[in-house]
Design a protein around this ligand. Structure first.
Ligand SMILES: Nc1nc2c(c(=O)[nH]1)N[C@H]1C(S)=C(S)[C@@H](COP(=O)(O)OP(=O)(O)OC[C@H]3O[C@@H](n4cnc5c(=O)[nH]c(N)nc54)[C@H](O)[C@@H]3O)O[C@H]1N2
Ligand SMILES: Nc1nc2c(c(=O)[nH]1)N[C@H]1C(S)=C(S)[C@@H](COP(=O)(O)OP(=O)(O)OC[C@H]3O[C@@H](n4cnc5c(=O)[nH]c(N)nc54)[C@H](O)[C@@H]3O)O[C@H]1N2
Ligand code: SF4
Ligand SMILES: [Mo]
Length: 689
């Protein structure tokens, strides 16, 4: 008999409600859940990939051990026992010789999020790496130093704003990031229906730019100078605007900005002073929100950009305001659960990077494996990550991984990274586990609580959930079992002590979700976690960087072009590469290039082009398009699935090339350790025949 299960799609941050129709262990269909108060029936094509992932014959179901180039299926007992013994031997020689890399899907699994620390604790390692430093770390550093907690993300109040300005984000493809905003398109339609406007600032005319009222092209990585000009313009419009008494130091920042020349900023960014003035007017004349995302974060000035965006919202009176930017009050409060975040607790061995939120830059992982001496990483545990394809100069990292004495991947595929592992430990299938949007509901456009039980029981009774694997590894290494409530029990406890004092049973009784309404304005004073309960705008470390900043001269680039990335609706980083449904259609791993650049270089639409940087070279088809700003080219990341030893047949047939063969591991935002993925200088030429 067919059955309908209500659950949350955990693939991207949008957390859409889905209806999964099943018969036995067969999925008949996956549709949007119209009763989910957050997503209101919306889904994207990726939801159907849940089924592809669940049924994929290439998905690993048992622990794998590599001996030389040969893979063997082994029992869980053998896997844990051997990993424990080998890790202890390495630790006995050098207690600092191990490391972890925690990938993106950990943010989409509350079981992982609550248990990854058991592994790092058992290893006793300071060598912690994650996808955060190729992603949102700049936002978190700005949150920490402005609001006192790295997880205090202000989000645009899209459902009540009149002007939404997006810089460096493409929610039409990504469905939003550090902003849980399912059904973005419909929300924009509603914004326009009430007379509001969407403005996009991006070096590419993106899918989001195409539904916007205005799109302004901007030179990649020049954002800080645009944001400086915009902050100046906003301050000039509202010189006497009374700020809340807990906001201090904006005048100090304003004084520092006066030395930046508007005309020079405009020349560097390609955004005209009149457009800056128009944006400042929009930001100060009604409910409005400025939102910046990945494009402003993954560059050398990432943290400065995140800070300036917050200051613009503050100066325009749009922080903690209805229709401006707001702070949700989630049913499960991450502010209570997570420490605020620390800076500079540890220093990395090779390049002396300061740790940020207890992590070193993912860009520095390769050098810590390569460089001999005490503290050299000899054992690496990768949990749900694919850093060979997702971190800068992945080719260099790939080589480094080969030299490890022990590498363990907790992953369901033998992919670009896990092929280097000695052990791959696969978790239960995606529909065999429960879900709660622990890290994502706190950034949602409505305060909701929604829990999904597993749709299926474990296909194989011996298989383990990720959290059980993490605890198993911790026990195998430390010799001590982890005695703690299960994630489900912990969830219940956290919900009960949370802002709405509800039990998990009450949440489960509403399978499409409990709705606590739109985020309320005016909550910042009680949410603030800074020591003196103020928002001190003139953050000393940021002011120092600002003081040393100079508007770059626009210089000829010796025929070089600037590389940026992009996302497509039918991918999710690298982890849906083996989905039959999502890989259908035209090749999406192309080099986008403006006709003005393509012409003189002899690059033709559809023909192969070779792109070269100081890290390496790739060859891929050119897509000649006026959607790019001239001088800039774009390659999506998460591709390059034809490496020897991989076992992903669908992915191999649609391999593409890795953008991170071109990015550079020494390009880092010094304030956050985040990789500067945007702005790599490349040479482009027709591929040799
Ligand atoms: N050039 C460039 N590089 C980028 C970006 C960019 O825009 N441009 N974006 C960056 C961003 S934002 C991110 S977040 C990173 C992502 O970086 P990573 O997290 O390192 O890479 P993913 O491609 O997300 O790989 C996720 C891995 O987890 C596995 N996986 C999926 N679900 C599960 C699960 O439930 N359990 C377990 N155990 N494994 C699972 C998948 O098989 C895959 O191997 O990439 C970054 N890299
Ligand atoms: N379909 C799909 N959805 C996803 C993912 C996916 O891979 N596919 N990945 C998920 C993850 S892990 C994340 S973190 C989010 C990211 O979500 P978004 O932040 O929306 O990320 P992108 O779509 O990469 O958009 C970044 C934009 O920045 C622009 N950009 C690049 N360089 C610059 C620059 O220097 N300045 C400015 N102003 N803009 C620049 C790019 O052209 C691009 O339009 O998406 C998530 N959702
Ligand atoms: S938008 Fe994200 S959460 Fe919603 S269906 Fe698509 S992948 Fe799933
Ligand atoms: Mo990400």
């Amino acid at each position: 008999m067919a059955q309908i299960h209500r659950r949350t799609c955990h693939i991207c941050e949008a957390n859409c409600g889905v209806l999964v129709e099943t018969e036995g262990r067969t999925v008949l269909s996956i549709k949007g859940d119209p009763e989910n108060p957050l997503s209101r029936g919306h889904i994207c094509p990726k939801a159907t990939a849940l089924q592809d992932l669940q049924d994929d014959p290439d998905r690993l179901r048992k622990p794998q051990k590599r001996v030389g180039d040969t893979w063997h299926e082994i029992s869980w007992d053998q896997a844990f026992q051997e990993i424990g013994t080998r890790t202890r031997a390495i630790l006995a020689r050098d207690p600092a010789g191990t490391a972890t890399y925690i990938g993106n899907p950990n943010a989409h699994s509350y079981g992982n999020a609550l248990n990854a620390h058991h592994l790092t604790k058992a290893l006793g390692t300071k060598n912690q790496y994650s996808a955060s430093t190729v992603d949102q770390m700049p936002h978190q550093v700005a949150n920490l130093l402005l609001f006192g907690h790295a997880s205090m993300f202000p989000i645009p109040d899209i459902d009540r704003t009149q002007t939404l300005i997006i810089i460096g984000g493409n929610p039409m493809a990504s469905n939003g990031s550090v902003w849980t905003v399912p059904d973005f398109r419909a929300r924009v339609r509603e914004l326009k229906a009430r007379g509001g406007q969407l403005v996009v600032i991006d070096p590419r005319r993106t899918e989001t730019a195409k539904i916007a009222d205005r799109h302004l092209f901007i030179q990649p990585t020049s954002d800080a100078f645009f944001l400086i000009a915009l902050l100046k313009a906003v301050l000039a419009l509202r010189p006497l605007h009374p700020l809340a008494d807990y906001i201090t130091g904006l005048d100090e920042v304003a004084a520092m900005l006066s030395r930046f020349d508007d005309a020079a900023c405009s020349a560097a960014t390609s955004v005209s002073p009149s457009d800056v003035a128009w944006l400042a007017d929009r930001l100060t004349s009604g409910p409005a929100a400025l939102y910046g995302r990945l494009g402003i974060a993954t560059q050398r000035h990432g943290t400065l950009n995140a800070w300036l965006i917050a200051l613009i919202n503050i100066a325009a009176g749009q922080l903690d305001r209805e229709g401006g930017t707001v702070f949700p009050i989630p049913a499960l409060d991450t502010l209570a659960m997570l420490p605020p975040g620390s800076l500079g607790k540890h220093t990395s061995r090779v390049s002396g990077h300061k740790s940020v939120l207890g992590e070193f830059p993912a860009a520095a992982l390769a050098e810590e494996i390569e460089t001999e001496g005490r503290g050299q990483i000899k054992a690496l545990f990768v949990v749900a990550g694919n850093p060979v394809l997702s971190t800068p100069n992945g080719t260099r990292l790939d080589k480094a991984l080969e030299s490890l004495e022990l590498m363990v991947s907790v992953d369901m595929y033998r992919n670009a990274t896990s092929r280097r592992a000695h052990y791959i430990l696969p978790p239960t299938g995606p529909l065999e586990r429960d879900h709660y949007g622990l890290f994502l509901l706190p950034m949602a456009v409505r305060n909701v609580a929604v829990y999904s039980p597993p749709t299926f029981s474990r296909e194989n009774p011996e298989s383990l959930h990720d959290w059980e694997i993490l605890r198993g590894l911790a026990q195998a290494i430390s010799g001590k079992p982890v005695q703690e409530p299960t994630p489900r029990e912990a969830l219940d406890g956290m919900l009960r002590s949370g802002p709405y004092k509800i039990s998990l049973a009450e949440v489960e009784a509403a399978p499409s979700g409990l709705d606590f309404g739109a985020p309320m304005p005016g909550v910042l004073p009680e949410r603030l976690r800074s020591k003196d309960q103020t928002v001190a705008c003139a953050v000393p470390s940021f002011m120092e960087v600002l003081a040393a900043l100079h508007v770059p001269q626009v210089e000829p680039r010796d025929g070089k072009l600037t590389l940026i990335g992009r996302r497509h609706l039918r991918t999710n980083n690298s982890w849906l590469a083996n989905s039959r449904r999502l890989t259908k259609g035209p090749n999406r791993c192309t080099l986008m290039i403006h006709p003005d650049d393509a012409g003189p270089l002899g690059i033709e639409h559809g023909a192969a082009a070779t792109v070269r940087s100081s890290s390496g070279a790739v060859t891929l088809p050119a897509e000649v398009t006026e959607d790019m700003i001239p001088g800039t080219v774009s390659i999506p990341h998460g591709w390059g699935h034809d490496l020897p030893g991989m076992a992903m047949r669908v992915a191999k047939a649609h391999a593409g090339v890795s953008a991170n063969a071109l990015t550079e591991s020494d390009a880092i935002d010094p304030l956050s350790g985040n990789a500067a993925l945007s702005g790599v200088l490349v040479e482009v030429e027709p591929a040799a025949a």
